[in-house]
Design a protein around this ligand. Structure first.
Ligand SMILES: [Zn+2]
Length: 158
């Protein structure tokens, strides 16, 4: 069903916006109210407003920022954020609830993992909900691929 995959790809192509992160200066990816409602707790949700971006720099503690310079940092969101937190209990896929530790376990045991294929299958079946469930408001597959690479290079060093 390539058609479904294409329509899903659209959600991964949310443009980066020229609203730089006030801390690191990196561009952010625009997020929607749906994403913010799900990931930002009460009073902070009001302060950030609806015009906000996700800071794509893994080294920066800012998760969301708005043009007024208000930021929501790592630790202030409802869940730990994949690219901001290297912990094994952090989700790499929020829709189907795969954690970094699940990837590590598969890779250590088998040298490979079928988690990306399982995610793609779920996407094909229209069961993903990235805009709401992923703090980045977009598809997780890029994050999953990066996490696999990081784990593999760590295993090689052992
Ligand atoms: Zn930043």
């Amino acid at each position: 069903m390539p058609q479904t995959v294409e329509s899903h790809d659209a959600c991964c192509k949310i443009p980066t916006v020229a609203c730089p992160c006030p801390v690191c200066g990196n561009k952010g990816r625009k997020v929607t109210a749906l994403t913010l409602d799900h990931h930002v707790p009460g009073p902070l949700r009001e302060k950030i407003g609806n015009d906000a971006a996700f800071c794509l720099n893994p080294a920066c503690d800012v998760v969301y920022c708005n043009p007024a310079g208000f930021t929501i940092k790592k630790g202030q969101t409802a869940l730990p954020v994949t690219i901001k937190d290297a912990g094994d209990d952090v989700f790499v896929c929020y829709c189907f609830e795969h954690r970094r530790g699940d990837l590590r376990r598969d890779l250590a045991a088998n040298g490979t993992t079928d988690i990306p294929e399982r995610i793609k299958q779920g996407v094909k079946e229209g069961r993903c909900d990235c805009e709401r469930k992923n703090p980045q408001g977009a598809c997780c597959l890029g994050n999953v691929a990066n996490a696999i690479k990081e784990i593999q290079s760590g295993l090689k060093r052992l």
